[in-house]
Write a protein that binds this ligand. Sequence first.
Ligand code: ZN
Ligand code: ZN
Ligand code: FE
Length: 752
Amino acid sequence: MIKGVVQGVGFRPHVFRVARDLALTGFVKNTSSGVCIEIQRQACIDTMDLYDRFIASIKISLPPLASITDIKMVPITPLLHELSFEIIASEQGETNTLISPDVCICSLCLSELFDPCSHYYRYPFLNCTNCGPRLTITHQLPYDRAHTSMACFPLCHDCSLDYSDPMNRRYHAQPTACMHCGPQLSSSIGEIAQWLSEGKIVALKGLGGYQLICNAQHETTVMKLRTQKQREAKPFALMVLNTVSAAEWVEMSSHAEAFLNRQERPIIVLKKKNRRLLPGISPDLSSFGMMLPSTPLHYLLFHALLAYPEGTRWIDEKQSIVLVVTSANIAGEPLIIDDVRAIEALSDIADRIVSYDRAIVTRVDDTVISMIDDTPMLIRRARGYVPQPIRLPKKMPSILAVGAHSKNTICITRGDEAFVSQHIGTLDNQETIRFFHETLDYWLSFLKVNPVGIAHDLHPDFYTTQIAHAYGLPTFAIQHHHAHLAAVMAEHHCQGPVLGLILDGYGYGENGEAWGGELFLCTSTLGFQRLASLMPLAQPGGEIAVREPWRMGAAILHQLGLSHDIPYRFKKVAQAPMIRQLLDKQIRCPVTSSCGRLFDAASALLGIDPFSQYEGQAAMKLESLVTTLQSIPNGWEMKGDYLDFTRTMSVLVNIEDSVLGANLFHGTLIEGLSAWVKQWAKETGVSTVVLNGGCFLNQVLTSELIKSLQNHGIKPILPIQLPPNDGGLSLGQAWIAGSHFRAVSPTLMMRG
Ligand code: ZN
Ligand code: ZN
Ligand code: FE
C-alpha cells in the first residue's frame, strides 16, 4: 500500500511500467487511502532483491506531480494462474486522498504544442498527467472527468486512445482534450496578439480566473488600465517568456531564477535593474512582480506576438516582449471567474474580453513570493500550492478555522493534515463574503470532514466571529497574534518554549486594545503570555489612519510637543488643522502598539505620501528608499514592558533627505528590536524566536533582523509554507483550537 499524492498524477501507469519491466504479475488499483499494489515474482528470481528493485524503481522515476509519504508491505500467498500485470478498477467508496495543485505546462506538452505533427499542435488547452488544471476544474473527489468541468466534453477517437493506453502519458489524464473535442477560445490567438500589439487591454479567461493583459511597454495603455481599473498606484505583475528575458528587467539570483521556473509558476517580487524602467508598473517601488507563462494559452500568445517562429528554440531565447498580467477584478473584490460577470464588470476596463467554454469551478489567484536573501517567502498562497496540506506534528480532531478579517483564508484539519484554502481576500464587501462562503462549503465537502470545533478571531464584531457562532459547535476565540505565533509553531513542529516577535498592522488584544508590535512567550501551544510591546501611540481617527499615514505622523508631532507644526507639514491635507484638537482632547484617538503604524508615522514624517492608495504602500515606499542601513545612537529605549522609538522619531522630524531617513529608521528599528529580543531571551532563558506578522514582508527588516538575532545566538524561525501576513492566520487558529481539544478531551481524538 502506497500513500501520498498518488492519484490523478499518472502513478498507476508508472507502477504498471515498472512491473512490466521487471516481468512481475499482479495489479495496481486506487483505494480510499492510496494505491494498492500486488506483485508476484517469477520463480527464478530472488524475492527480497526483487521487492527492493521494484520499490527503488518506483521511487527513482516518480511522475513529476506524485509524492510518496508511506509504503507498507505485507507478504501474501502466491496466486496461481496470474499471467500479467494489470491496472484494475478503483474500489468503491473512495477517496481519502487528494489531487495535486494546478501546475504549469510540462516540457513534453510544450514540445507537442509547437510540433506540427502532433495531434495537440497549437491547442491552447492541451495537458497530460504531469501538468495542467486540477483544483480549478474539480467539483468534487474522486478526481474523475465526470467530477470536473471537462465532463461536458466527450473525448474524440484519438484522445480516447491516449486516455485508455496505460503506456501513454495521457492515460487517465482527466482534463485531456484536443482541438476536435475540447474547450475552444472565443477569439483566435492571432486576434488577441493583434489587439495587444495595437495597445489594447484584453480581459482573458485564465486558469483560475480572468486576467487583464496589455503590453507593459505601451505607457499610455498601462495608464489607461490604471484609470479604468481605478488602481492608481498598486503594482501590476509582469509576464516574460523565460528567465533570460526576465534578466533584462530584474536582478535575479540563481535561487530566484529556479523559483521563477518552478511548476507552480508564482509571481516573484524582484529588484528592478533600473528604477526608470517601465515607470507605470510599480510607481515609487524598487521591485517588479515577475512571472513566466504557465498555461499553453500564454505560450501561444507569446508565439503569435513573435510572429509564429518555427520549432521550439525561441522558447528559451531572449525576447523583449513584456506583458502586464494582472487579476481581473473590481477593486477589493475577488477575481472574476464567471463569463457573464466578466462581461458585466470588465467591459468598462478592457477593450476586448476573451473567454472559453470550460467553467472555472474554483477561483484560484496567482501565488506571490518574495525572496528574503535566497529564501522564498510567500506573500499570497494560491495557484500551484493549494490544495497541498501542511503536515501537523500530531493528529488532532477536525477543526474549522475561519481565519482573519483581512487577507482571509480558512483552514480545515483532517488527522495530521491542515488544509489552508486559497487566498480569499478582505471580508469587507458582498462579493468577497460570498466567495468566503463558497470556499467554506467547497472545502468541507471536498475534504469530507465534519469539524468538531470552530476557531475564530477574538474580535467580537468580525463577520468571521458571527459565522463561527452560527454553526452550533464548540467555538474557540483565538487572539490574533497568538494565532500568528501558533501558525509557525504548527508548521515547524515546534512545541515551545519559544519567544514570538509579532509585527503587523492590527490585531484585537486580550482586553480589546489594538496590538501589532508584540513580544510573547509561548511555553507550549496553549501557554501564551504577552511579555512586552512597542510603546503605544495615538491613532487619530482610528481605523481611517491605516489609509492616511499622515495621521500617524501628526500623532508623533503631538507626542513630541510639536502640534503647531502639524498644519505646516501636512499642508495638502484639509483635516490637518482639526487633528490637533482631536489629539489635544484625546477624542477618537485610540492607542495602538502596531509596528505597521510606526512605519506609517516614519514615512509621513519623511514626506512620503500622506495618503495610501493600497495597504502597506507607505511602508513599501519607505523600504524602497533604503540604500545603506544606518542607526541613530540611543534611538530606542526599553522602558519597562515597552520598546520606545520616540527618540528615533524626534530625529526623523528634522531630516529632509528621505533616503537618509529611511536608512536611519530601518537601521535603528532593527537594532532596537534585536536588542529587545536579546534582553527577553536572557530574562526567560528561551533562545528561539518566532518572527511573524505582515511587517516581515519587508525584506530589509526581515533579512537584517535574522542576521542580527543570529549574531546574538538567537535562533529565528519564520513561516515557510504560508505567508507571514494574515493569510497564514487560519492555520494558527486551527492548531490552537485542536490543542484545546487534545488537552480537555483526549477521547475526541477517536472521532476526529
Ligand atoms: Zn503535460
Ligand atoms: Zn480530442
Ligand atoms: Fe496580523
